[in-house]
Design a protein around this ligand. Structure first.
Ligand code: FES
Ligand code: FES
Length: 160
């Protein structure tokens, strides 16, 4: 069994020091060691997207990322999406009543946020392509797409 090592990572602009084995996935570092449980465990295989976080402006499956690979990166989780109480994406999700059981929704919102970082006005194809990477067993996709459409060209998104 690998021995514990001490690492410092930056999550939501705050530094955290943790003692874990080098192969510990970021998902478990966040949930079990940093105390940020908004990022969810679904499959652990890179298949469902429940664990998506934004790393240096790109969506990444945190279940697949050993801590040693992300030491110098800027990590943003659902808890750090906004400096304000609620991010415009979260407000649109509420307005459109997107969530059903809710389990996949942190991953959905983080994927939507990374899509808007790339383009403030995504095409239908770009929306479908991005959001199809996050599995929703409740089938909320039509409401996800409606909420994203509502937000296109919303300048708040890039700078929030
Ligand atoms: S838990 Fe990471 S992709 Fe499913
Ligand atoms: S809202 Fe239930 S899995 Fe997506």
């Amino acid at each position: 069994m690998a021995s514990l090592k001490t690492y410092t990572i930056t999550v939501n602009s705050k530094q955290y020091t943790v003692s874990v084995t080098p192969d510990t996935p970021l998902l478990w570092v966040l949930r079990d060691h940093v105390g940020l449980t908004g990022t969810k465990y679904g499959c652990g295989n890179g298949d469902c997207g429940a664990c998506i976080v934004i790393i240096d402006d790109s969506p990444q499956f945190s279940c697949l990322l050993p801590i040693e690979q992300i030491l110098t990166k800027k990590i943003t989780t659902i808890e750090g999406l906004s400096n304000q109480q609620i991010h415009p994406i979260q407000q649109a999700w509420i307005d459109e009543q997107v969530s059903q059981c809710g389990y996949c929704q942190p991953g959905q919102i983080m994927m939507a946020a990374s899509l808007f970082l790339k383009t403030p006005n995504p095409s239908d194809e770009e929306v479908i392509n991005a959001m199809s990477k996050v599995l929703c067993r409740c089938g909320t996709y039509p409401r996800v797409e409606k909420a994203i459409k509502k937000l296109t060209n919303n300048n708040l998104l890039k700078n929030d």
